[in-house]
Design a protein around this ligand. Sequence first.
Ligand SMILES: Cc1cc2nc3c(=O)[nH]c(=O)nc-3n(C[C@H](O)[C@H](O)[C@H](O)COP(=O)(O)O)c2cc1C
Length: 233
Amino acid sequence: MPETTPPSVLLNEPIRIAVAFHSGYGHTARQAQALADGAGSAAGTAVDLVTVDDPDDPVLWSTLDAADAIAFGTPTYMGGSSAVFKAFAERTSRVLADDLRWRDKIAAGFTTSGGKSGDKFNTLVDLAVLAAQHGMIWVGLDLPAGWTTSTGSEHDLNRLGSWLGAMAQANADQGPDVAPPAADLRTAFRLGERVAEVTRIYRLGVGAQGTGAQGIGAQGIGAQHATGLSAVR
Ligand SMILES: Cc1cc2nc3c(=O)[nH]c(=O)nc-3n(C[C@H](O)[C@H](O)[C@H](O)COP(=O)(O)O)c2cc1C
């Protein structure tokens, strides 16, 4: 992507990206950290890495409310989100009921499983649907599928071949000190970079419209929020 003026210059404040995740045994936490590192590598970006383990923690909600983008992460348990993540997801119904106050935040998702497939795709669909219910704008991976040829290998970027979000696989007999492997962490890093890039472009676009401009969602229900959207971002 060509270098442009950092958003902090044009928008006077950093882009805020929250990485909100659960990890039972530390593998998804490694993936979350890699994605946060990728997001943080972009100029003018501030990253908050938060667990969703305690939905009663007010800091969790103030952090997510302040974010321009949220990357949701969960291990794949029984073919879907973990129960801890699901409890958090259900609690976000209060955000939805509050006039969809996460509307137009950028969103992305990631998951780690033990199986090479492990039904992880279903988990990413869970996360994408969660984002859609909030009126968020989903960002997938812009990577070709790796490890698809006779010369490819398990070390390829996006070795698990996902576009909806970042997938990682952790061997069941390895701790989070060595699993998921580097290829999966680099894939998560790339998704973090991409979330930062897309969020920057989005914010610049909204900022260019100026306060009070009719923006995205200017028709129908969205028209009621166009002014607020410009004001808060
Ligand atoms: C309750 C439970 C259910 C699981 N279900 C799946 C599954 O459906 N598919 C899979 O591939 N791995 C499954 N696993 C393995 C985890 O996805 C894997 O160990 C992952 O690395 C855990 O991530 P974490 O360390 O962040 O909790 C399951 C593990 C647990 C504890």
